[in-house]
Design a protein around this ligand. Structure first.
Ligand code: RIB
Length: 328
């Protein structure tokens, strides 16, 4: 029996406006479309891992409103075990206001609601589930004291822990040392390293990965279309290229990436291959709108990986180019 991936994190309802562009401060723009989706970085990672075929348990808190019931049902439908998802009756569920432009870029405002009530006591209550984990995934949409407590639990029971430091906030060095896989994007890397966005490029990223690796065991910097830079504890330093796909919405692509890396590791891949698997999952998630509903299946990920391998190892006939381009 495979050990489950246990996700300790947020659950949100995403309110998504799609328009020509994302409004600047003080500006009103007209949108083309509005939809609600099930989201939250934690829940997205849980659903992504389940869709990729892993057993998944979620530790989270929803509000005592209709959104809470809907979000919990959504997780169950995705085959995520929700025994450790509790309800804070006197508050609202987490919501995220998301603007998406026609290039698929987004900006997000999160109101945590019940996510802020997920406390160290909830980790204690969920200990049997947490101890069953092959790997723990968490993010920063829940209170920092909960993340810190989870890190000490992970260390006590020697369970690998992957922290997605999103949304960006400073992290104590002590906490970094308890993390097995740290997966910042470029913005989070800047904040954690105290540098400006212009300084983190494909040419300089190794320096920042080294700096962060002074704390966390393995560092994977997610650089969107530039790929993912891996600094592994075994000395591996590698930029894993992004897969080129037709992106319509980048929301939750980073969550799909983290889930993909975790599933890859649980399936016995080495870290480089697991990161490739995560990159393929992340790329596929951008090809569909929304968060949890955009998560790919294992066969979609395998097809994308196979198509890209075929492309790099075989000379192609012209008729094969279009399919390979979609996959690369
Ligand atoms: O990572 C994407 C997620 O961030 C969205 O689903 C939204 O809920 C916010 O938490």
């Amino acid at each position: 029996m495979r050990r489950p991936i246990v996700v300790v994190g947020s659950v949100n309802l995403d309110l998504v406006c799609v328009g020509k562009r994302i409004p600047a401060p003080g500006e009103t723009v007209r949108g083309d479309d509005f939809q609600t989706f099930h989201g939250g970085k934690g829940a997205n990672q849980a659903v992504a891992a389940a869709r990729l075929g892993s057993p998944v348990r979620m530790v989270a808190k929803v509000g005592g409103d209709d959104f809470g019931k809907r979000l919990r049902r959504g997780l169950q439908t995705a085959k995520v075990n929700v025994q450790a998802v509790s309800t804070a009756q006197d508050t609202t569920s987490g919501v995220a206001l998301i603007s998406v432009d026609r290039a698929g870029q987004n900006s997000i405002t999160v109101v945590p609601g019940a996510n802020d009530r997920l406390l160290p006591g909830d980790i204690e209550k969920a200990l049997p589930a947490i101890r069953s984990a092959g790997i723990l995934l968490t993010q920063l949409e829940i209170p920092m004291e909960t993340v810190e407590y989870l890190c000490t639990v992970a260390q006590r029971y020697q369970i690998p822990l992957m922290l997605d430091p999103a949304p960006a906030r400073p992290l104590p060095r002590k906490l970094l040392r308890q993390i097995t896989f740290l997966t910042p994007n470029e913005t989070e890397t800047c904040l954690l390293c105290g540098v400006s966005p212009a300084e983190v490029t494909a040419a300089t990223v190794d320096r920042f990965a080294d700096f962060l690796q002074g704390g966390a065991t393995n560092v994977i910097i997610k650089m969107g279309r530039h790929g993912a830079y891996l600094a592994g504890s075994d000395g591996v330093r590698k930029l894993i290229p992004a897969f080129k796909v037709k992106a319509v919405d980048s929301t939750a692509a980073g969550d799909a990436f983290n889930a993909g890396v975790a599933v890859g590791l649980m399936d016995g891949l080495d870290l480089v291959e697991a990161v490739r698997y995560g990159a393929a999952a992340g790329a596929l998630a951008t090809t569909r709108p929304g968060a949890q509903n955009s998560m790919p299946t294992a066969s979609e990920v395998k097809a994308l990986l196979a198509a890209s391998r075929g492309r790099s190892s075989k000379p192609r006939r012209t008729s094969e180019k279009a399919a390979a381009q979609a996959a690369d």
